[in-house]
Design a protein around this ligand. Sequence first.
Ligand SMILES: [Zn+2]
Length: 96
Amino acid sequence: MIIFFFEDPSLNNPTNIFLNQRWGRHSIEVVCPNCHTTVRTRVETSSTIITIILAILLALFCLCLGLIPLCMSSCKKTIHYCPNCNYILGKVDEFE
Ligand SMILES: [Zn+2]
């Protein structure tokens, strides 16, 4: 006898639910799918290769312009972590 299980992949991986959520650049309050605690997300912003390439291109016009992408959070990648278990809850790509 063969039993087939038809499972919804989003049920096994709660991260999928969170990836569909619209994440901002600031900390928000969510229930962590890993430790099931209501937490305020810890936000880390980091430069990516796209940020650096844009900074170099702008610096070719004027050195001061090259600093703009390095200072603007919208030109960087933002990742939301759970402060309890360091689980990655969501992320926002640069220019999103
Ligand atoms: Zn957690």
